[in-house]
Design a protein around this ligand. Structure first.
Ligand SMILES: *Cc1c(COP(=O)(O)O)cnc(C)c1O
Length: 232
């Protein structure tokens, strides 16, 4: 029997591999915010391992509900300081480090037994007012500060470019991220991850060098309204 979620996952994984081309494996993170636990478990059963979450409390219920599975959890939403401890304790990756004040709580609360938290610096690549992410000119200092922490490991950069209707402008934002990533790698060769691209724009992101894409609605279908989602 064919399961629509498994089919969507297989199609998505194949499409990413096709755009990436031979010999290049782009990591697929399933953005599971607002999805019922059963959907996450069903996708894991299909073979998906990496899941991305935006809201800490909501995520903790799903992480606990999947404790018997060997999954990798990515925190991809904006991080409030008072949630840094829970992210350090329960997640494998943080994509949204955008200020130095998070470093102390993250480093202090990371359990030694979990190994270092894998960290991406989020960049506000379009310079949009009020948007998460550090300015491009602040990436180097923030990356150095991450790399200096014993319980954090610098892995690269993340961005959510403005959903510009003009594909050329979107592509330019991804290309600007790729250039920042190349520059970062001259200082930190261990940085191997460029997280960019979502359901609407991942092919452009992969074409410009994304090593990881975060995809929600193209996998799960339209997100359930928050009130209709499983209680967290
Ligand atoms: C929700 C979300 C995604 C996935 O969005 P879709 O458009 O549903 O693919 C990716 N990244 C972040 C940070 C998100 O919040």
């Amino acid at each position: 029997m064919s399961d629509p979620l498994h089919d969507a996952w297989r199609r998505c994984r194949q499409a990413i591999d096709d755009v990436a081309g031979p010999g290049r494996r782009v990591v697929l993170v399933a953005a599971s915010k607002a999805q019922p636990l059963a959907r996450v478990r069903a996708l894991a059963a299909a073979g998906q391992r990496d899941f991305g979450e935006n809201y800490v409390q909501e995520a903790l219920a799903r992480i606990a509900g999947c404790a018997d599975l060997d999954l990798v959890w990515h925190f991809i939403g904006p991080l409030q300081s008072n949630k840094a401890r829970e992210v350090a304790r329960h997640f494998d990756w943080l994509h949204s480090l955008d200020r130095a004040s998070l470093l102390d709580p993250l480093d202090r609360h990371r359990p030694a037994a979990s190994g270092p938290l894998q960290v991406l610096v989020q960049v506000n690549i379009d310079g949009e007012a009020g948007k998460a992410g550090c300015a491009p000119q602040d990436v180097a200092a923030l990356a150095d500060a991450v790399a200096a922490r014993p319980h954090l490991r610098l892995r690269g950069l993340m961005a959510i470019p403005r959903p510009d209707p003009d594909p050329a402008r979107r592509r330019a934002a991804f290309a600007a991220m790729a250039a920042l990533f190349a520059e970062l790698r001259t200082r930190h060769p261990e940085a191997d991850t460029l997280s960019m691209g979502m359901s609407e724009d991942w092919p452009l992101a992969v074409a410009e060098g994304a090593t990881l894409v975060r995809i929600g609605s193209a996998l799960f279908g339209p997100r359930p309204a928050k009130a209709a989602a499983a209680p967290d």
